[in-house]
Design a protein. Sequence first.
Length: 168
Amino acid sequence: MPHRKRKVFEKGHVRKFLVVVDESPEFEAALIFATRVAARTGGALTMLYVIEPGDFQHWLGVEEVRREEEAKKAKALFRLARMKLARANCEEVPIEEIVREGDKAEQIIELIEADEDIAILVLGAASGDEGPGPLVSSLVAGSRAGSFPIPIYVVPGELELDEILALA
């Protein structure tokens, strides 16, 4: 993966913090951290939900219904994320919501390449014995780690709200 030339953020340009939306407990830590840092630095938040390929691709009707359900789920998770931000008093940044289809890691990279204003990826790390989670493992410690086009912040998922706010 070729490195993207870093953009110099001048006045009038907004640095975007990318957060991948899912149902994991650690997502909230990444969301709040990214939003607070974006607010402090004059940035914006981009929330990405990826509809991953299903096992029903040979049954087109079933696959189409699954995609529609995933799109509805994405909208519900975006609403839930905004509610969590409101409860944490973290609503003061512009928020962009994006839904894409495909492999999660590939869609993240494609979005970063397509939007040069995305400057930082913020991920939440799981705290269980299974490791930090598949996305953190593949992007931070996997084969993409040394050549990822932008910095990746990894926020421990077990942090309490006051700890996240203090760090951000």
